[in-house]
Design a protein around this ligand. Structure first.
Ligand SMILES: [Zn+2]
Length: 701
């Protein structure tokens, strides 16, 4: 087997995984073997300058129809084919080509010939034959693709009943990581960035929003116009359309939501967002995207939040859990610098986006809410990382920061806590090396300034780090024994070191004390009564419940005592707290609290709350109960979620034990008996084995 070549960048900043010949005059001559894009063999040959989408949304038949114009420049001579990523759900009607500035027959060519080939279960390959006169190096040309797309992995049509208001349908897109090839043909890699514009036509009463820096609306024509003036990768192009209204919450921010939840959403965020943006700008330099708006989506949104530039998408289910809402929005704000301005060039190094964004998020919360709160939140997440580690085993390749995909692997399956938390620990280690957190802030500001609007590989970050701190380079910090940068990137297992979180002791101490009291035999009710959960923060309570869950199975007596102590009290708390208590109930088969589970599943129809509970119910002795609740509630679930839950209900595998071997995520998941595109969606549709229950990866994208 060929040895893994670490991705590098050619001097023209194209990503390479096979050493290149020297690159002359910005012409990429290297080879790229990214296995997740059909366009890998080809995208070095072109520069994508800009693209335009002209789309009509048809809710009645759940179709998007229109055309896309790609403005390209050939940067290598002799290329006869343009290869783009697409998807079987996207039907191409015609493709033609135009060379601006030329006259006569060459101005508009007749339709081009093209072929769609199978590629993987998450996409196909669109091969367009280019006329000979087009392929002149450094000359611009335009390709127009007319197409219709229906319900591919990127596009989520919601019938009115699935929205919060239940009066009008809604559609949103979710591109991360490799889904947008079903939205429009593209170079579906974070290595390629371009500006885009869009024209979107909709029925009356529908408002359209996109991840764009400018927008305009013509009421007469019912046409929305968008422009993203800064280069973005394909996965960050996003659209939502429905009954949406807004309230301004700051000089550059508004909250968008369906009318029935708008007031609540505004009350939870008003006043805070501008403050967080200001803290982030003080730390990392100017916010480059102009606007920072947030749109709340119905519970069918398959993840918690998505950092679409200028317009964070976030699930409305999180509104009731104030501290989680705060962390999730700050995390998405941090992506404005880390992930969106500077992007990982390949999905094999997703930690460059998530690890840095998580570090930046915690710098912001430290400044805004203090060190103790930030350390508590970090302890809670690192607990989850270690839980995942126990499930996966020390040698699982998903625990590497730098992974290598096998052909066919869907990069979305990389959405695990290692990307976030091991990445965070490595960034914290770099920060520790330079001795002073403020000095590291100034390094991050310089890093953003140096690489903004481009895509990078790990080597860029590390070279820039050592160049910024020459004394560290001189003292060979990259080779420090046991903590080698190479080992951080390529080693399996837990982080090589974790930051000092003792400042959180004032908040985590009582949590651990109460856990210890419950672990003693028998638990001492008087000592336990000294702790009042209602005076705790949400993160303290969820940390407590997670640690109790780790100790399951608990004796029936202890469960009875826990239930008497907390059940009614926890009922009054938010969903993040309640789901954890209910998981304890299920994993310990504590029947007296079963009605609470029914109540919760009747109320909560989002993936992030239903999937972990159904997984626990079905791997224990409560499968019949799960089936009953499923049949009562299925009409209110999105069809994709319904399919996932059906799979959970009808599969027989049990929860793996901590010592059991977990399936590797680096190999493609086998097709289900009746495969649908969305069943292959990694981040939206996590493995249903319980190995990485969403509870463990309940992190924003
Ligand atoms: Zn993120």
């Amino acid at each position: 087997m060929a040895q893994f070549q670490r991705p590098t960048l050619c001097c023209c900043r194209k990503v390479l995984t096979v050493p290149s010949k020297s690159c002359e005059g910005g012409q990429g001559l290297g080879q790229c073997r990214l296995v997740d894009i059909a366009s890998a063999s080809n995208f070095h040959c072109f520069k994508l300058r800009h693209f335009h989408l002209d789309l009509r949304l048809n809710f009645a038949v759940k179709e998007i129809t229109g055309w896309q114009v790609l403005e390209l420049v050939a940067i290598q001579p002799g290329v006869q084919t343009l290869v783009l990523d697409t998807h079987p759900s996207l039907l191409i009607h015609s493709i033609d080509c135009k060379v601006p500035g030329t006259t006569g027959a060459q101005d508009i060519s007749p339709s081009l010939t093209y072929r769609v080939d199978p590629f993987t279960d998450y996409g196909s390959s669109l091969n367009i034959s280019l006329p000979a006169y087009v392929i002149r190096p450094h000359r611009a040309f335009q390709i127009t693709v007319r197409y219709t797309t229906t319900d591919g992995p990127a596009i989520w049509w919601l019938d009115a009943e699935l929205t919060c208001g239940q009066t009008r349908p809604l559609v949103f897109t979710q591109g991360h990581s490799v889904c947008n090839r079903s939205f429009f043909p593209c170079f579906d890699t974070p290595a390629v960035k371009s500006t885009y514009t869009a024209t979107v036509r909709v029925p009356e009463g529908v408002t359209v929003l996109m991840s764009a820096s400018r927008s305009a609306y013509s009421k007469q024509d019912r046409v929305f116009q968008f422009s993203m003036e800064y280069p973005v990768p394909a996965y960050l192009v996003a659209l939502v359309a429905g009954d949406l209204q807004h309230v301004d919450i700051g000089p550059r921010s508004r909250v968008w939501a369906e009318p029935c939840i708008l007031t609540c959403a505004v009350s939870k965020l008003g006043g805070s967002v501008e403050r967080w943006l200001n803290v982030a700008e003080d730390l990392f330099g100017p916010y480059v995207w102009g606007r920072y708006d947030i749109v709340f989506l119905p519970p069918s949104f398959p993840i918690v939040a998505m950092e679409n530039p200028c317009l964070t998408f976030i699930i409305s289910s999180i509104l009731e859990s104030r501290e989680f809402l705060l962390i999730d929005v700050i995390h998405e704000i941090a992506h404005g610098w880390f992930g969106n301005a500077v992007t990982n060039a390949t999905w094999e190094e997703m930690w460059l986006s998530e690890g840095l964004a998580t570090y930046a998020q915690r710098r912001i919360t430290t400044e805004a809410y203090g060190e103790a709160f930030t350390c508590l939140e970090t302890v809670f997440r690192l607990d989850a990382l270690h839980r995942q580690m126990r499930l996966l085993g020390d040698n699982n390749p998903v625990s590497k920061l730098q992974v290598k995909f096998e052909p066919g692997i869907n990069p979305s399956s990389l959405m695990n806590l290692f990307t976030y938390e091991k990445g965070f620990c490595f960034v914290s280690y770099l920060s520790q090396l330079c001795g002073n957190v403020k000095r590291f802030d100034s390094f991050l500001r310089a890093y953003i300034e140096q690489f903004k609007f481009s895509s990078v590989v790990a080597q860029d970050l590390l070279d820039f780090f050592l160049g910024f701190f020459p004394e560290l380079k001189e003292s060979c910090v990259a080779q420090r024994e046991g903590l080698e940068f190479e080992r951080w990137l390529n080693g399996c297992g837990p982080p090589l070191c974790e930051p000092d979180l003792s400042a959180g002791g004032v908040l985590t101490g009582p949590v651990q004390s109460l856990c210890d009291l419950w672990a003693s035999e028998p638990p001492d009710p008087e000592a336990i009564a000294n702790f009042n959960l209602s005076s705790w923060s949400t993160f303290q309570t969820v940390l407590f419940l997670d640690r109790l869950l780790d100790r399951s199975p608990l004796s029936h007596e202890v469960m009875g005592q826990l239930s008497r102590c907390y059940s009614a009290q926890l009922d009054e708390m938010n969903a993040e707290v309640r789901i954890r208590w209910l998981q304890i109930v299920v994993r310990n088969s504590f029947y007296p609290d079963l009605p609470r589970i029914r109540g919760f599943l009747h109320k909560h129809t989002s993936r992030m709350y239903t999937v972990p509970l159904y997984e626990d119910l079905c791997s224990g002795v409560m499968k019949c109960f799960a089936a009953e609740v499923f049949y009562q509630t299925q009409a209110r679930l999105h069809p994709n979620l319904r399919r996932t839950l059906q799979q959970i209900l009808f599969q027989t595998s049990a929860l793996p034990t901590p010592t059991g071997s977990a399936p590797s995520l680096l190999h493609p998941t086998p097709l289900s008996p009746s495969p649908t595109p969305r069943d292959q969606l990694g981040s939206a549709d996590p493995p249903t084995t319980g190995t990485i229950a969403l509870r463990d990866v309940n992190v924003s994208a």
